[in-house]
Write a protein that binds this ligand. Structure first.
Ligand code: SF4
Ligand code: MG
Length: 334
């Protein structure tokens, strides 16, 4: 499979008066062409920072990409000039955010906003731009596009506004779409419709998608692969099957247990005790150790390497590491 994005050992830090926050600490993952990768984790785990780093939208100062590579179609995005990056954003890589209202300009018509993106990056006539805007409105399922183009954001419902934001993000036909909590601000029935829209768009355009979310229900619906993030690190990666049916990291297991299941009546949600570590001085070892029921001595001392469970499934946990297993066996016989 062709990789469209390959993130290697990414570190992102933020300088504050209180010290340096290590928001992303050596993250590795890749995205294949035409697939949807979900990055999941609690708020503050570094998932949004990771996606902003790919877009080079980390405000510097106080933030910076301290180390690592972001290979997009063979080019390292951490190395390209800001000017070059401006020509990549919105054209090769687009991003949509949680709240569609903040992404839209309330004083401009939808038509103007759709055509603006296109005309900024491509030399197209007004007629061509309008034709393309109408096609995009149709693609994202907005009825009466001719009339609707002349209207302003406040004349649309929340769900319709998110459809417009998606249309704007896709009008230049990007190869990568990053969606940061795209359905969180919407009510449940609209959420389902927007997720279906992502699937439809991917079928039609072949766009590769990174979906940032804390919602495992969303992930179950549209992700092909999943990366679970905790305290600035990816702790487990796998296909949807690997993660939902054979989770191995205690944090992933905890996350899955804390989600209500529609197929089991009256099941209780089990929250994970404790809170994530302070990223001003992250622990040397496994950051989940203070909350992990299986933590061993080695967990506090050293961060476990990634262990390959099968060709799609990797986990960073001493329980899966041969050395960790030996320690466990020793403990059991002592
Ligand atoms: Fe728990 Fe240790 Fe695995 Fe971390 S490495 S998740 S503390 S068992
Ligand atoms: Mg976020």
């Amino acid at each position: 499979m062709e990789k469209i994005l390959d993130v290697k050992d990414l570190h992102v830090t933020f300088s504050t008066y209180g010290g340096t926050v290590q928001a992303v600490r050596g993250v590795n993952f890749h995205l294949n062409k035409g697939e949807t990768l979900a990055i999941v984790g609690e708020s503050g785990c570094g998932k949004s920072v990771t996606s902003n780093a790919i877009m080079r939208l980390i405000p510097n100062p106080p933030g910076k990409i301290a180390d690592g590579k972001i290979m997009f179609k063979g080019k390292d995005l951490t190395k390209v000039s800001e000017k070059k990056m401006r020509s990549i954003r919105g054209v090769d890589i687009s991003m949509i955010f949680q709240d569609p209202m903040t992404a839209l300009n309330p004083t401009l018509t939808i038509g103007t906003q759709l055509m603006e993106g296109l005309r900024q990056h491509q030399q197209v006539s007004r007629e061509k731009a309008k034709k393309r805007a109408l096609e995009m409105m149709d693609l994202v399922g907005i009825p009466n596009p001719e009339e609707r183009l002349k209207q302003y954001p406040h004349q649309f419902s929340g769900g319709m506004r998110q459809r417009i934001v998606i249309a704007i993000a896709l009008i230049c036909e990007p190869e990568l779409l990053i969606a940061d909590e795209p359905t969180t601000a919407l009510d449940v029935t609209i959420q389902a419709q927007i997720l279906e829209l992502f699937e439809k768009i991917q079928d039609i355009t072949g766009v590769s998608i990174i979906l940032i979310t804390h919602d495992l229900g969303v992930v179950a619906k549209i992700a092909d692969r999943i990366a679970v993030m905790y305290a600035g690190k990816i702790v487990e990666t796998g296909t949807k099957r690997d993660i939902f049916y054979n989770p191995e990291h205690p944090y992933t297991k905890g996350l899955l247990k804390s989600v209500p299941r529609l197929d089991v009546q009256g099941e209780k949600l089990i929250p994970i005790d404790g809170t994530p570590p302070d990223l001003f001085s992250p622990p040397k070892g496994c950051p989940f150790a203070p909350r992990c029921p299986f933590a061993m001595e080695v967990c506090n001392k050293m961060y476990p390497d990634a262990v390959e469970l099968n060709e799609s499934h990797q986990v960073n946990c001493w329980l899966q590491d041969e050395r960790g297993k030996k320690l466990l066996a020793m403990k059991a016989t002592n």
